[in-house]
Write a protein of this length. Structure first.
Length: 600
């Protein structure tokens, strides 16, 4: 991996997927299990409206009002415990389920599991028919991996239900258990819950999904086949069967189903998506065209199909057609449609045409949406680099000053981007100083440490580079980039080769089949005179990414093995692609090859 390949580490936003389909900020103990927990919030009219028909007839006395008011003030001061005890005691006194719920919210906000459960038990006692209380209860049972409690809740409810209610409960049980950490035990629990209904269509579907989640493909397939036999025309059955089958067999099953039932819209959408996942883009395009024509004939929203067709044709290199689909998307888009990805793709098309001005105009259309668009900030960094790429380095830095960061991670990205712009402008020393100052403000930023190390190496300040990467490895022992960068630097300087090999192999274990790491492995093997191994790794790297630096490394390895014809071809192709590449120039000079690539 050469230094020209290195990339800054960027933080990514994580979005929790919650059981009840609600997105909320959650306490740490809930986030770890992906359960549905609502964050701590003050009581309001909206909070205290559940189960009006079951509310106790208790007057709001001055004493109760005083306790509730002082408790909420205590919560705002961070004094959760006194507030919790007070509100829970008032809930017990008044038998008001709304207050039990509020006590639970306070305990959850303080990340106190035992207190949360105590308040939740009271809430369920006071409002036994509350669906919301049951959802919270299931969420906490998931966090605690309490399979018995989940079974004891679902089994009696299934026994006393029928029809659509029973079907809904079957799938609800499967979805809840799918969130458990121990999927083997989760499937056993699902089997126990559904045992009385095991021969029903919906139980077969739920069991197939559960088995698939448990990585038991054979059981998933047998359950899906049983469901399909019961209802041959069921869209749910064919989709479940396709999921349980091997990818190509699943595609064939769905294609055959659509031949028989071409109007199955959901199946066609799933089939088109499966084709994309299997890289069969031309066929996927035809399926989305069918969906688009059907949507247009029925007056249905077609924006999602238009966007997908634009993305597919863009991937196929059909940029004019892609642009047409994206333009139509923008004409038909409503407030519910997110146009940001379309703007980004149109900017990419403009860049392919070397029209940077139009690309920036498209990116400028992406709205921040009050912090609800996580891509917005990264796009602003891209715009700054785009401005700088035309040599307008001062304008790019001025543009960065107009971008308001909302958190430290964004401030760090601005510093990284500014340092990159300064480096591109040839202001390497200034960029180096900027990163030093940035690290004094954010000493724990692994992104800044990595960028600092790469800039130090570019300036041949190797002690600073090595110290930074060693610090990064200590701080982030799973950071493959750090291992690879330090190992490659040793190999490139032809020093500490055993350590270099160990570092790069560690990187490869952390991130297998990365083309840059494979390039580093090939280069260190070359330095160790292990030429066949070096060639093997470099060919693997080049097969994954036709990068000029990798081509140069591979060409040199071939050259020293007297495979000069192939080496010359690689050098020639690299020169056509990037004649100014520094590694290419230095290698040709070292091997005594002239710029026109004739033999010496």
């Amino acid at each position: 991996m050469s230094t020209t390949h290195t990339k800054s580490l960027l933080l990514q936003s994580l979005i929790a997927t919650l059981i009840c389909g609600t997105l909320a900020s959650v306490p740490a103990f809930a986030r770890q299990s992906g359960a549905t927990i609502i964050k701590n919030k003050p009581a309001s009219a909206n909070t205290l409206t559940e189960d009006k028909q079951a509310l106790p007839k208790v007057a709001l006395s001055k004493d109760i009002l005083y306790k509730l008011t002082t408790s909420e003030l205590a919560v705002q001061r961070g004094e959760w415990q006194s507030a919790f005890v007070t509100i829970l005691s008032v809930a017990q006194q008044t038998r008001d389920p709304r207050l039990a719920k509020r006590a639970m919210e306070i305990a959850m906000g303080a990340q106190q599991m035992d207190e949360s459960m105590a308040a939740l038990r009271l809430w369920r006692e006071l409002a036994p028919d509350s669906t919301e209380a049951e959802q919270y209860y299931l969420s906490l049972m998931v966090i605690q991996n309490n399979f018995d409690a989940i079974q004891k809740l679902f089994s009696p409810k299934l026994k006393t239900s029928n029809g659509a209610d029973q079907i809904a409960l079957i799938y609800h049980a499967q979805r809840v258990l799918a969130r458990m950490q121990d999927q083997q035990q989760a499937f056993k629990t699902l089997e126990t819950i559904l045992q009385p209904y095991a021969d029903s269509f919906d139980a077969h579907i739920a069991l197939s999904r559960g088995a698939y989640r448990n990585k038991d493909r054979a059981r998933a397939l047998s359950e899906a086949q049983a469901a399909s036999k019961l209802r041959e025309d069921s869209e749910l059955a064919i989709l479940t069967l396709a999921q349980a089958s091997e990818p190509q067999e699943g595609l064939q099953l769905v294609a055959a189903y659509l031949q028989r039932l071409p109007q199955a819209k959901e199946v066609r959408l799933a089939y088109a998506t499966m084709l994309i996942e299997n890289k069969q883009l031309a066929t996927a395009k035809e399926e989305f065209l069918i969906l688009l024509r059907e949507q247009e004939s029925k007056g249905e929203s077609s924006t999602q199909s238009l966007y997908t067709l634009g993305a597919i044709t863009m991937e196929l290199g059909q940029t004019n057609e892609a642009e047409s689909y994206f333009d139509t998307f923008l004409k038909r888009a409503t407030e519910d449609d997110d146009s940001s990805p379309v703007y980004v793709n149109l900017a990419q098309i403009a860049l392919q045409r070397k029209d940077k001005k139009t690309a920036d105009q498209w990116l400028a259309k992406v709205e921040r949406k009050e912090g609800k668009n996580p891509a917005w900030f990264a796009i602003q960094m891209r715009r700054a680099l785009l401005i700088a790429s035309d040599g307008h380095y001062t304008d790019a830095r001025k543009f960065l000053q107009t971008v308001t960061p909302e958190k430290d991670a964004e401030k760090i990205q601005i510093l990284q981007t500014e340092a990159q712009i300064m480096k591109d402008a040839g202001q390497t020393l200034e960029a180096f100083v900027l990163l030093q100052l940035a690290l004094s403000e954010y000493p724990g930023s692994t992104e800044l440490i990595y960028d600092f190390a790469m800039l130090a190496e570019a300036q041949k300040q190797y002690p600073e580079m090595e110290a930074a990467l060693k610090q990064l490895i200590q701080m982030a022992p799973n950071n493959a980039l750090a291992y690879n960068a330090l190992g490659y630097s040793y190999a490139d300087r032809n020093i500490e080769l055993q350590s270099a090999q160990q570092l790069i192999e560690a990187a490869n274990q952390l991130n297998p089949n990365d083309p840059y790491i494979l390039d580093s492995l090939g280069w260190v093997k070359f330095r160790l005179k292990k030429l066949p191994e070096a060639e093997q790794y470099l060919r693997s790297s080049f097969a994954l990414r036709q990068d000029v630096d990798v081509a140069v490394h591979l060409a040199e390895v071939l050259w020293v093995q007297d495979k000069k014809t192939e080496a010359m071809q690689l050098f020639s192709d690299a020169q056509k692609k990037d004649s100014k590449n520094s590694l290419l120039k230095s290698t040709l000079e070292r091997l005594g090859l002239r710029p026109e690539l004739s033999l010496p």
